[in-house]
Design a protein around this ligand. Structure first.
Ligand code: C5P
Length: 402
């Protein structure tokens, strides 16, 4: 993950949500990031600098006029050190100061001196957030490239319900990952990923589907985002939360996925078909719930369109997508089946995985795959978390692309 070794400067300002910044800080450190914290004097009323000092194993600075070491001016050295500046929570007051370039405390002077990308996670009462002054200040920060995460709707410290809650730490971390990856190996590329198992209706309450959890495809989408790509995820129904920072398109059936993909291939550089698309669907779904009878029931199934086959045909004319990846989930003859799909679907890469073992493949967090290329090259990867498998696959794609 690109948080490993990243220099994250965390600015904490004086709102009640400041306590949540401690959990964020801990999660970033656990993910391998180097975190340094700057607090405003207001923040130090809500949460002690010692909390962050302990979590980060770095001194925490609050005072502008305190030198870090000898003559080391904190606002200059911290702003040069940071790969990214993240302000969580960002109060209306700090947002206003940033918009106007004020430098009246260590955080605002550091921000003014900092060339790294800025992420702000506003948190305040709904009226303060909705005030035209705050909205104008936020617009000013956007126009300079600042990234805003939240605020969310919900219960506020005042007991009212409205917009002003701090975004979740999961969302803030995703925004940090995306911002850190903006110049990554797939920067400027448009990536289309499909994920999940399609559902083919039998009647209004029943469907035929498969055991795909969507986790591998979601991991591919997330990793592509963190490699700097502009990502669209066409997802069949999964139990997974939407991925931050990408365009989500929801579909149910193979036919809907076919339409969603074909509509977008001309503007796609890399297509990753990780979805488990049904090969057959019930012929003519019943309009009403099928009633049980004493006899057995025979279902007639018909073929669904093969999305990758259609993409291969389209590609002959448009030369898009430039790179197409398929997945082969097999229970026997893994390599032979994968190799024949690689050829018949005109793929640039097929990711073969044996879904008969219980520790990898369908419905679990880990996967053990073999990458196959049209020139016959094979690369087995060890058993890894799906997030790591996704990163390895994209690393290889970025290399082959060059
Ligand atoms: O043909 P099979 O389903 O075994 O091949 C798997 C690959 O083909 C996967 O990448 C899957 O997303 C894709 N596929 C497709 N259209 C279908 C069925 C599968 O594009 N109708």
């Amino acid at each position: 993950m690109n948080l490993q070794g990243a220099h994250i400067l965390l600015g904490v300002t004086g709102g009640i949500a400041a306590y949540k910044a401690a959990d964020l800080c801990s999660k970033l450190v656990q993910a391998g990031a180097q975190v340094q914290v700057v607090m405003t004097p207001g923040a130090a009323h809500f949460i002690a600098p010692l909390t962050f000092q302990t979590l980060t194993a770095h001194p925490v600075s609050v005072d502008t006029f305190q030198l870090l070491r000898d003559t080391d001016m904190a606002h200059i050295s911290l702003s040069a050190w940071a790969h990214i500046l993240v302000i969580v929570p960002a109060t209306a007051n700090t947002i206003a100061k940033l918009a106007h370039g004020l430098a009246d405390n260590l955080l605002t002077s550091t921000a003014l001196a900092c060339p790294a990308p800025l992420i702000i996670a506003p948190a305040m009462d709904a009226d303060m957030w909705a005030h035209p002054a705050t909205q104008q200040n936020i617009a000013t920060l956007h126009s300079r490239g600042a990234i805003q995460v939240g605020p969310a709707q919900g219960r506020l410290a005042s007991g009212r319900v409205g917009a002003g809650r701090l975004a979740s730490n999961a969302e803030i971390i995703a925004a940090i990952r995306q911002a850190l990856g903006r110049t990554g190996k797939l920067a400027g590329k448009r990536v289309l990923v499909t994920a999940g198992g399609t559902r083919e209706p039998l009647d209004p309450v029943r469907h035929i589907s498969n055991r795909s959890s969507g986790k591998m495809g979601y991991a591919m989408a997330e990793a592509a985002r963190d490699f700097g790509a502009q990502v669209t995820l066409v997802s069949a129904s999964t139990g997974l939360a939407p991925v931050y920072g990408i365009q989500m398109v929801s579909v149910q059936t193979a036919q809907e996925m076919y339409a969603a993909v074909l509509q977008r291939v001309a503007e796609t550089d890399l297509l990753v078909m990780a979805a488990a698309v049904a090969d057959y669907r019930p012929k003519g779904a019943a309009a009403q719930k099928i009633k049980k009878a004493d006899d057995d029931l025979t279902l007639e199934l018909e073929r669904t369109p093969d999305i990758l086959m259609a993409v291969a045909q389209r590609r002959q004319e448009t030369h898009h997508p430039a790179f197409v990846v398929g997945f082969a989930a097999e229970t026997e003859n893994l390599l032979a089946n994968a190799a024949s799909k690689l050829a018949s679907k005109h793929l640039d890469l097929i990711v073969a995985n044996d879904v008969s073992s219980s520790d990898s493949g369908f419905d679990v967090d880990q996967n053990r795959v073999i990458l196959l290329r049209p020139d016959g090259a094979q690369e087995p990867l060890p058993l890894l978390q799906k997030t790591e498998v996704a990163e390895r696959i994209l690393e290889r794609i970025a290399e082959w692309w060059r």
